[in-house]
Each structure stands twice: as C-alpha cells, then as structure tokens.
Design a protein around this ligand. Structure first.
Ligand code: ADP
Ligand code: MG
Length: 321
C-alpha cells in the first residue's frame, strides 16, 4: 500500500472514533493521553497472523473483529474492563482499500459494543497481521491463573469444540451442509468474548483463563501456575447440539483439545460456586461444572465408564502461537 493509502486508513479510523472523557488525546498526535481511574490496570497484547490464526482469505470484518475479540477475552479472564486500545496493522503491498475498510468496520463496531476507545496505532507493510493492546481497570481484583485450590470446582462457559468443528469449513476443506454446519462455521469465524463474566470473576472466582488453545492446554496453565491437579469428567463437558449432531464421535476429543472457542474456564471455591453459577446464568453466559481441583499435580480425565482417558494431544494443524 502507498503512503496516501495509509493516510486514508488512518483517517478512516480517526473519523469513526468518538470523543471520550477518559481519552483527552486520541488518534492524530504522536501519542495518546489517557485519564485512568484510581486502582490497578490490566494490560494485554495479542497478535493474529494470516495463515496461522485466521485463513489468509478471510473477510476484513472477520479479521478486525477477531483481532479485538482475542484481546477482550484475555481482559475478561483477568476480571478487567477494556477501556483503551492500540492497533498495529501490517498490510501486504497488494492489499485493497475495501478489505481494510471492512476490517475497520468489524473492529470499530465491536469496540463500540465493548466500550473501548481506539487511542492510536501504527501501520507497516508486510505479511498480513494485526496486533492489538488493550488497557483498562480491574473490576474488583485481578483474577490470575495461580489461585486454584484443592476442592475448587472447575467451570467452563458456553460450549466447547465448536470452533474446532468450524475450522475445516472455514478453510474450505469440508462443504457446509445445513444449519448445524452454518452455526459451527460462525462459532469459528465470530468467537464472542464473554464480556458479562468479567465483573463476576473478580467477585467469585479463584482463578481464570480463556480457552484459546483448548481445554486441556489452558486448564494445564491454571494447574501449573496454581501448583495443583484436577479431575475433569468427560461426560460433563458442555457440547452444543450442532457439534453432537455433526461430529458425535469426535465431539468429546474436540471439546478437550480443540482451540479458538474463547470460552472462560475458571475455578471457584465450594463456598462461592452456587453464587457464581447463579449470577453467570442471570448474565446470559451460563457456566457448566466439569470437574474438581485436586491436591495431586496432574490432569486426570475420567471417561464415561469411570476409567481414566489418555490426555488428548493438542490439535496443531492451524492454530499456532
Ligand atoms: P508517527 O510517525 O508519529 O508514529 P503515524 O503515522 O504512525 O505517526 O501515526 C499518526 C497517528 O495515527 C498517531 O496518532 C497514531 O496513533 C495513529 N494511527 C496510525 N495507525 C493507526 C491505526 N492503524 N489505527 C489507529 N490509529 C492509527
Ligand atoms: Mg507510528
């Protein structure tokens, strides 16, 4: 892209960002000026690369939305409210303006929904990639990966494995046959950051993480940081009706190991469990209890017949870090 095109893109973002009291100086100067509230802030950054984190031919709006969603999901897992964003876009020489306009539309529509102000960014030429940082205050206290204790319940929001089922559809490796496939494809293309859960985690959860790499991998991070183990009951994993209908035999494996669902996985003490389940349900993002934290430092997956299942290997054919 040319210099002039970069100027157009900057204007495109600038025109659409509204003034905000907590952002006295936004896009257009050498730096942004923020007016943060008192207390701790959480700060996250995530990059998505074409061909690694999204199909290289994905529509602009989809990529713009995903770039923000993966970061919003990290903020939710920390129990924080995203307020300000920076966006670094790397665009190939051959990229057309229409794609970038669509990217901006997807990004800014979600930013508005989520109450995030785009405070600035950068643009360079190269392989298609988008890096976003988000900054904002914690709701009550930061929720980390290290707070899980033996006896805590393990909860996960929504359903698991859907994005894994949608991926081959998005890559054109399998035909989209019917409404269930459409729904699974959307679950891959348009993951939802579970924004309503952010304040609830701070009030009730002992540890949390968002499921980007797969349940086993991400629960593994909590166990490692907390110095505990866990038992997960395979039969209790929340599976969507679309996943069951289309992939009955793979559904459990994909729920255990498939990535890109961006659901929230958390642990909660027995005393807080019912309260968290109730407020999450009321907020429209119900949790399912899938297991318990244990003293012994390993992840055990209990199969339907009571036997221990081998831990599935992570699917790594597309989603790499
Ligand atoms: P500089 O050379 O001073 O870094 P830039 O051309 O990189 O200037 O940026 C000029 C202004 O445009 C800055 O305020 C910057 O934050 C903003 N900006 C640049 N790229 C983007 C983008 N992709 N999204 C939002 N704001 C951007
Ligand atoms: Mg710059």
């Amino acid at each position: 892209m040319s210099r002039g095109e970069f100027d157009l893109i900057r204007d495109l973002f600038r025109r659409r960002v509204k003034a905000a009291a907590d952002l006295p100086v936004g896009i257009g100067d050498d730096g942004a000026v923020l007016r943060p509230p008192a207390g701790d802030l959480v700060w996250v950054i995530d990059t998505i690369n074409a061909g690694h984190h999204f199909p290289a031919d994905a529509a602009g709006a989809q990529v713009g939305r995903r770039a923000l969603t993966v970061n919003l999901s990290d903020m939710v897992a920390m129990g924080a409210e995203a307020r300000w964003a920076l966006l670094s876009l790397t665009l190939p020489d051959a990229m057309d303006e229409q794609w970038v306009t669509s990217f901006a539309g997807g990004f800014l529509a979600l930013a508005e929904e989520a109450g995030v102000s785009l405070a600035g960014g950068d643009m360079t030429a190269g392989s298609l990639a988008a890096t976003v940082t988000l900054l904002g205050p914690v709701h009550e206290r930061p929720v980390t990966r290290s707070g899980a204790r033996p006896g805590d319940a393990v909860l996960v929001s929504g359903t698991l494995g859907d994005a894994r089922a949608g991926l081959p559809l998005a890559l054109g490796e399998a035909p989209v046959a019917g409404a269930d496939d459409e729904w699974l494809l959307d679950r891959y293309r348009y993951p939802q950051a579970r924004l309503p859960l952010a304040p609830l985690l701070g009030a009730h959860a002992s540890a949390a993480i968002d499921v980007s790499d797969g349940l086993c991998a991400d629960l593994g991070h909590i166990l490692e940081e907390s110095g505990v183990g866990a038992e997960v009951v395979a039969a209790d994993l929340p599976l969507s009706s679309a996943l069951r209908a289309r992939h009955g035999s793979d559904a459990t494996d994909w729920a255990l190991a498939g990535g890109d669902d961006y659901e929230i996985l958390c642990t909660v003490s027995p005393a807080e469990r019912d309260a968290l389940m109730a407020v999450a349900k009321k907020a429209g993002v119900p949790f399912t209890e899938i297991g318990r934290i244990r003293e012994e430092g390993a992840l055990v997956i209990r199969g339907p017949d009571g036997r221990v299942l081998p831990a599935p290997e992570g699917f790594d054919h597309f989603h790499h870090d």
